[in-house]
Design a protein around this ligand. Structure first.
Ligand SMILES: Cc1cc2nc3c(=O)[nH]c(=O)nc-3n(C[C@H](O)[C@H](O)[C@H](O)COP(=O)(O)OP(=O)(O)OC[C@H]3O[C@@H](n4cnc5c(N)ncnc54)[C@H](O)[C@@H]3O)c2cc1C
Length: 495
């Protein structure tokens, strides 16, 4: 009875309030509706894709291609394959003759494994013993807390796979070729000019050969000379990474993949991945963090050789994994362009930029093979749509940017923030490693899922992950600051 009276009272006072403030309520309701309608209309206009354009299939000159892809790395070749498979007339150009090496950590994440499976390339790699699926793996935190577990069983699949780029890239490129792409090797692109009236690109090689095409796909890697020349890329890449293969049978490593986070190079890290035949790939990633150009936390590109070489002898964990007799190749290094750094756009009239050329590398992990492949497929889907409508305008090309953002781009902001947080608060990684030691492979698998892009970084914010992690951070803080937990990550000799 009391409750009923209470509810009646509340309804009455609400009615009275509305009657008294009828005009204000009406204005607020009207403004909200107008805002919603405007937002909806704006969204419709912004995402509008013309249904018909000037260039249906029959308008293509006989000597021209519907798409020209510059660069036959994972992004370009995947794009070429998915286009050719749908009957699109496509030219895939690369300055190198394949097989060719590419400096890389060779850790290929699940989304890329799925694409390779779909293309039929994974089977080829496995049948030729060129793939090693990671199971035993983990990481060493900045204070030397380590966990190495097995993730395959918990995840129902390997979170990543080690594939040498000299094998991977040629197989993906040849697959595109088999699907119908015209693959021109040794074709170093030196210029690309767009004839707006004809709706055609002319792409020229260093030797003077010319290729005509309706759409240009720029896939020439992190230093993208073409995107720079055309004005879409305005900065040099800010990240860098080393690589050295280690001869099988000369090292002490018994795991498949481990990341090492020495505190002096955070948010960068070193990684060791096992290939078939017991060979290893040892890499040192310097991840951009800070406001100055080239700044990667407390270090920069000039420090890479010192960090890479010193860790082999003096890092307590890396030197133990490699052992005293490890036979390493000379250090190689290449640039990392992360999180879209330096790009003004990834699309324009009759033009798309994909993979490293677009800066599509995760800003926390430095991994970009899977994003290159997903971006390549997104570009192919967009070109196929445009071919159907005959419209290749900037507005139609924009659909590609929505696709890559939805597939992986939405994660870049969080990755960047996480890199900054790890740089400032290494204790977060210590807490994560301690939590893995407590909870075992369940926690380790969650980490692996996020670091290999099976889950977005926001996964760490979900209550079932964030709450235990919050408690672990508190526990770690007490362990380090109150109970004096020893720091086990000290160099044997100072660098
Ligand atoms: C040392 C290092 C370690 C890395 N480790 C990992 C890792 O473990 N896992 C991971 O996922 N990612 C890693 N990455 C990132 C990964 O290598 C890239 O994200 C990936 O190669 C991007 O593919 P892409 O096709 O966009 O570019 P690329 O693989 O760079 O291919 C570009 C192609 O364009 C061609 N090209 C360039 N210029 C021209 C021209 N003018 N004309 C014609 N062709 C041209 C090149 O010959 C090349 O074949 C690492 C990168 C580095 C540098």
């Amino acid at each position: 009875m009391t409750t009923a009276l209470g509810i009646e009272g509340a309804v009455r006072s609400a009615q009275e309030y509305i009657e008294k403030n009828q005009k204000t309520v009406a204005i607020a309701a009207g403004a909200t509706t107008a805002a919603l309608v405007t937002a909806y209309a704006w969204q419709r206009v912004a995402n509008y894709v013309p249904a018909k354009g000037k260039y249906p299939v029959g308008t293509l000159p006989a000597d021209a291609f519907e798409a020209i892809i510059v660069g036959a790395g994972p992004s370009g070749s995947v794009c070429g394959h998915y286009l050719a498979k749908k009957g699109v007339k496509v030219a895939l150009l690369d300055k190198e003759k394949f097989p060719r090496d590419k400096y890389c950590g060779d850790a290929v994440c699940t989304p890329a494994i799925r694409i390779l499976e779909d293309m039929g390339v994974l089977k080829e790699l496995v049948d030729n013993n060129e793939a090693h699926f990671a199971d035993a793996g983990g990481f060493v935190s900045p204070d030397g807390t380590s966990y190495i577990g097995a993730s395959k069983q918990k995840l129902g699949q390997a979170a990543c796979c080690a594939l040498k780029r000299i094998n991977l890239d040629v197989r993906v490129a040849r697959c595109a070729q088999r699907s119908g792409a015209t693959f021109k090797e040794g074709f170093e692109v030196v210029s690309a000019t767009f004839d707006k009236a004809a709706g055609l690109w002319t792409v020229a090689s260093a030797s003077g050969e010319k290729v005509l095409g309706r759409v240009l796909v720029i896939a020439d890697g992190a230093t993208s000379k073409l995107a720079t020349k055309l004005g879409y890329c305005t900065e040099a890449p800010r990240g860098v990474c080393s690589r050295a293969f280690v001869e099988g049978g000369t090292h002490n490593t018994n795991f498949d993949g481990v990341c090492f986070y020495p505190k002096w190079s955070l948010p960068g890290y070193a990684a060791i991945f096992r290939h078939p035949n017991d060979e290893l790939n040892y890499c040192y990633y310097l991840i951009p963090c800070g406001n100055k150009p080239g700044q990667c936390g407390e270090v920069n590109e000039a420090d890479l050789a010192r960090l890479h070489n010193d860790a082999i002898k003096n890092d307590p964990f890396i030197s133990a994994a490699l052992g005293p007799n490890a036979k390493l190749e000379r250090m190689r290094a290449a640039a990392l362009r992360l999180g879209g750094q330096g790009l003004t756009t990834t699309f324009d009239d009759h033009m798309l930029i994909i993979g490293d050329a677009a800066g599509h590398i995760d800003p926390l992990t430095g991994e970009g093979i899977h994003t290159a492949m997903m971006g390549g497929r997104a570009a192919a889907e967009t070109i196929i749509d445009m071919r159907n409508t005959g419209d290749f305008s900037k507005q139609s090309c924009k659909a590609y940017s929505r696709r890559w953002y939805k597939a992986y781009g939405h994660d870049f902001f969080m990755s960047q923030k996480m890199a900054e947080v790890i740089h400032r608060y290494p204790i977060l990684l210590d807490a994560m490693a301690s939590e893995m030691q407590r909870k075992g492979d369940v926690m380790m698998s969650k980490w692996a899922e996020v670091m290999t892009n099976m889950q977005p970084k926001t996964y760490f914010l979900q209550p079932h992950v964030a709450v235990p992690l919050g408690i672990a951070i508190l526990r770690e803080f007490l362990a380090q600051k109150v109970f004096g937990k020893p720091d086990r990550y000290q160099l044997k000799k100072s660098i």
